[in-house]
Design a protein around this ligand. Structure first.
Ligand code: ZN
Length: 491
């Protein structure tokens, strides 16, 4: 690993040299979606941020085990200890099984991620698939004395934990400050302290998702799943934990407390948090009435959108800002991203058509160093993109004959652009692909149908039928009309 990567650790509040516990292996855990609605722009940001981290770490030679969970149980309304389960409520309103809701929105989330060219994680565990493990961790925390049971509910004893460890070391909040902020919230009288949070909740009679446990028929607290599934797949202590800044408190703070209480070991070495997307300076999210789903962006079907924006435009828009800065949404910003992406892709096309000369007047090695330098400095994608635009200017000058490039340098420049634009930043030339793809499909299907026609002429109906059926399996429907065979794609 020649690349020294520095990343900002939320825990130490400074940039640190990234040194994984057992290189080349890296454990990366990122909090995934709660699947009870369509993904919006706010979901795209952590997914794309940590996709860049995943891609770049692999690019420089690490073997990354990337775990991103699906929250399908225990996430109650308003992120609090009380209230209805988000998935359960949707199931009740739609009169569906909770797992139908989970499957439906998980499928749609995966489709959106694929559209954004976000790579799938190495493991995608579901909270509901890890109830036994969660019950196990609650037992360990009870044994260590940092939890207590009342009326079938188990709570984490934050005050006791804080006396021995520091509850607040990630968020920088003191327990007094937390007490101050939570005193107003009533209705949890059975807890020893207002700051305590639920590890296991007894299910009310009308609560749908419930499992037997030593304490009650119930369900796990929301924070628990991430401690359990990260430790299960990455070890009690692992390298990087990521998520949105809105999860620092109480979710991640509580994850640390649970893992430390259960295992007696440090939980995570580097905490990384992406900043939020704002609309007119306000946080964008489901809870606010200003969220626009990704599908609405891709179709333009929303009052706040002047037009449709392609998935890779959204990706470019997000990566044009550093992950720790806020991104403010506007049509102007998206139009600028669309233009930027086109300019970048046109640069790649020009680059691929350049002819080398005997010598160079351009500094490709310098450009390469700058691009790596940007990503080594806390994954600074906007600076890397700015350097690539310097590269596009270089490419255009070579095309115009104002600069020269040697064969060795041209190969180096092509490698640099291929790796950074496609492999690391994950951009795709969308227009080109769809146009060329559909031209190619047209040609291929026509060739196959011509072969089928010949088979029919020599009365080889078995082959003709096989061709029709095989195409049908590929969702290409063939119909025989009096003017010959016609075909269409069925979606
Ligand atoms: Zn989580």
């Amino acid at each position: 690993m020649d690349n020294k990567i520095f990343l900002y650790n939320t825990l130490s509040r400074k940039k640190e040299l990234f040194e994984p516990m057992s290189p080349p292996h890296v454990g990366l855990y990122v909090c995934g979606p709660t699947v009870y609605g369509d993904a919006h722009l706010g979901h795209a940001r952590p997914a794309i941020t940590f996709d860049l981290v995943f891609r770049y770490l692999q690019h420089v030679g690490y073997k990354v085990r990337y775990v991103r969970n699906i929250t399908d149980v225990g996430h109650l309304e308003n992120d609090a200890d009380a209230g209805e389960d988000k998935v359960g409520k949707k199931a009740r309103l739609e009169q569906l099984e909770p797992m139908e809701i989970v499957q439906y929105y998980t499928n749609r989330y995966h489709k959106n991620m694929e559209q954004l060219n976000v790579l799938p994680p190495s493991i995608e565990p579901h909270a509901s698939g890890h109830i036994i493990d969660q019950i196990g961790m609650v037992g360990k925390i009870l044994d260590s004395g940092y939890a207590y049971e009342i009326n079938g509910n188990v709570y984490f004893d934050v005050v006791k934990y804080n006396a021995d460890h520091n509850y607040g070391k990630l968020s920088g909040r003191s327990i007094e400050e937390t007490l101050e902020n939570t005193r107003e919230l009533a209705g949890q009288d059975e807890k020893r302290n207002q700051v305590d949070f639920a590890l296991w909740k007894k299910a009310a009679p009308e609560h749908i998702m419930r499992w037997p446990s030593p304490w009650s028929d119930g369900f796990p607290g929301w924070h628990l799943e991430c401690s359990v599934m990260s430790c299960k797949y990455l070890g009690d202590t692992f390298d990087i934990h990521g998520g949105g800044m809105d999860l620092v408190f109480p979710h991640h703070e509580s994850e640390i407390a649970q893992a430390v209480a259960a295992n007696g070991k440090e939980h995570v070495r580097y905490w990384m948090h992406n900043n939020m997307i704002t609309i007119d300076g306000q946080k964008m999210g489901k809870s606010l009435n200003n969220s626009i789903t990704l599908d609405e962006f891709f179709t333009g079907n929303h009052a706040a959108l002047e037009k449709a924006y392609s998935p890779i435009t959204i990706r470019f828009f997000i990566l044009q800002a550093h992950y720790r800065s806020t991104v403010d949404f506007s049509n102007e910003a998206l139009l600028a991203a669309e233009k930027g992406l086109k300019r970048m892709m046109a640069g790649v096309e020009t680059l691929n058509a350049l002819q080398p000369l005997e010598s160079s007047t351009v500094d490709v090695e310098g450009l390469r160093k700058k691009c790596y330098g940007a990503l080594n400095d806390d994954f600074n994608s906007p600076i890397a993109i700015a350097h690539l635009f310097d590269g596009v200017r270089m490419i255009n000058s070579i095309k115009d004959g104002k600069e020269k490039i040697s064969e060795i340098d041209l190969d180096l420049l092509k490698k640099l652009f291929n790796e950074f634009v496609y492999d690391i930043l994950g951009f795709i030339s969308e227009e080109l692909e769809t146009k060329e793809d559909s031209k190619m499909v047209d040609g291929l299907v026509q060739t196959i149908l011509d072969l089928r026609k010949e088979a029919k002429l020599r009365k080889d109906f078995a082959t003709a039928d096989k061709i029709r059926d095989d195409l049908g399996n590929l969702n290409i429907e063939v119909k025989d009309t009096k003017d010959g065979a016609v075909w269409q794609m069925i979606r």
